[in-house]
Design a protein around this ligand. Structure first.
Ligand code: PLP
Ligand code: KYN
Length: 416
């Protein structure tokens, strides 16, 4: 079977797919091909019943008792422990809490604090192409501290070895780039960062549940990430933060709310951080939303990240090959690395009319998204995307391009 066998070959791949049955765990509307799980994951079927249970039973009937009885108070750690194996972390190293932006704030502040004994380490290195919130939060911290911290933006990963030095306090990278899908070699980059005495903070927003991650094996220092993308936790679901055992005692951040206290219900007038990962917590969590994260994580119990990675690469390989063969007459330019070692679970193409084309695709039920400048972005979640979806998505794309069936004056929505 080759591509020349067309859609039938894709059907056969679906029949042989060891993950095929997992699609049944999700609700996906008829007629929709969902290639945007890198922005908002699809809904696990179980989440509706779980929401009903939390609202009707745990909140409605059990009321305040649920903080103990339903495990609400422990839930950030319970879910963190469930997530840990997916990112190469140990138990008691992860909590699911707050947003990625807020967790970035905690991790960056703690890292700067840990480096503050060395007065010359004043530089945070990150990529110009990093997701903006990462850069913005670092800017907010440096401006607010007003102690001469600087942010140095690099334009390509290759620049890191040239710019990192004894003045670098922290290198903050997103493991898989949100726009291009470029995947860093976490182990090699972390080793380089450590050679220079700096700390390594990884944003796993586009990695957790998408690619195998080995935080402890890579000796990373801190990590944060979303649960609403590849982990299918739900819109705005709380994010996570990982602090390895070896850094927990030194991990201090300024959002020292009562949930991070050694004994929150002692109601002491001074903050004393708890000894464990719960010092990364701040305050009360949104329980309805937090509970649904478990439904997304449960599905991962039925497979492995290796199986997911295998299918992810097959899906992106197929998509890239089909776009390049079927749409060869059009000015599409792949911005995602071809090399498997450097590719996350997405494929992005540049086209001068990318926004209008994405809108036309969405109208036909093929959901991807648009990112500046001129990039059509397609995310592949192996738990529910089929090989035939890839075939059908490219057929729609080709048809739209061949007929120029898109509106160049398409209205720009607030969310693209
Ligand atoms: C790399 C990265 N970091 C962070 C975020 C989001 O942060 P938050 O959930 O705080 O909006 C995203 C996407 O929204 C992202 O792609
Ligand atoms: N949280 C969102 C809310 C609204 C719209 C998009 C998002 C995203 O997550 C975007 C994603 N981080 C991205 O890689 O572009």
């Amino acid at each position: 079977m080759t591509l020349a066998h067309g859609r039938a070959a894709c059907e056969q791949l679906d029949q042989q797919d060891p993950l095929a049955a997992l699609r049944d765990e999700f609700i996906l509307p008829d007629g929709v091909i969902y290639l945007d799980g890198n922005s908002l994951g699809a809904r696990p079927k179980a989440s509706l019943q779980r929401a009903q249970e939390v609202i009707a039973q745990e909140w409605g009937t059990d009321l305040i008792k649920s903080w103990n009885k339903a495990g609400w108070f422990d839930l950030p750690s319970t879910l963190g422990n469930q997530l840990a194996p997916l990112i190469g972390a140990q138990a008691d190293e992860v909590v699911v809490t707050d947003s990625t932006s807020i967790n970035l704030f905690k991790a960056i502040s703690a890292a700067l604090q840990m480096q503050s004994g060395d007065a010359q380490r004043k530089v945070i290195i990150t990529e110009r192409s990093n997701f903006p919130t990462d850069i913005y939060v670092a800017e907010g911290i440096t401006r607010w501290l007003d102690r001469g911290y600087q942010i140095q933006l690099i334009d390509t990963p290759d620049e890191l070895p040239q710019v990192i030095n004894e003045k670098t306090a922290l290198v903050m990278l997103t493991h898989v780039n949100y726009r291009t899908g470029y995947l860093h070699d976490m182990r090699a980059v972390t080793a380089l960062i450590h050679q220079h005495g700096a700390l390594a903070l990884w944003d796993l927003a586009h990695s957790a549940g998408a690619v195998p991650v080995e935080l402890n094996a890579a000796q990373a220092d801190f990590a944060v990430g979303c649960t609403y993308k590849y982990l299918n936790g739900g819109p705005g679901a709380p994010a996570f933060i990982w602090v390895p055992q070896r850094h927990q005692a030194a991990f201090q951040h300024p959002l020292s709310g009562w949930w991070g206290h050694a004994s929150p219900f002692a109601m002491q007038p001074h903050f004393e951080p708890t000894a464990n990962i719960r010092r990364a917590l701040c305050g009360t969590q949104p329980m309805v939303s937090l509970a649904l994260v478990g439904c997304g994580l449960d599905i991962f119990g039925q497979t492995t990240m290796q199986a997911i990675r295998k299918k992810s690469l097959a899906l992106t390989d197929l998509f890239i090959a089909l776009v390049e063969s079927q749409c060869a007459a059009h000015p599409l330019e792949l911005v995602t690395p071809r090399s498997h070692q450097q590719r996350g679970s997405q494929a992005s193409f540049h086209h001068p009319h990318a926004y209008a084309i994405i809108q036309a695709l969405i109208e036909r039920g093929v959901i991807g998204d648009y990112r500046e400048p001129g990039i059509m972005r397609f995310g592949f979640t192996p738990l529910y995307v089929r090989y035939v979806d890839v075939w059908d998505a490219v057929a729609s794309l080709r048809d739209i391009l061949d007929r120029e069936d898109y509106d160049l004056h398409a209205k720009r929505h607030a969310v693209t």
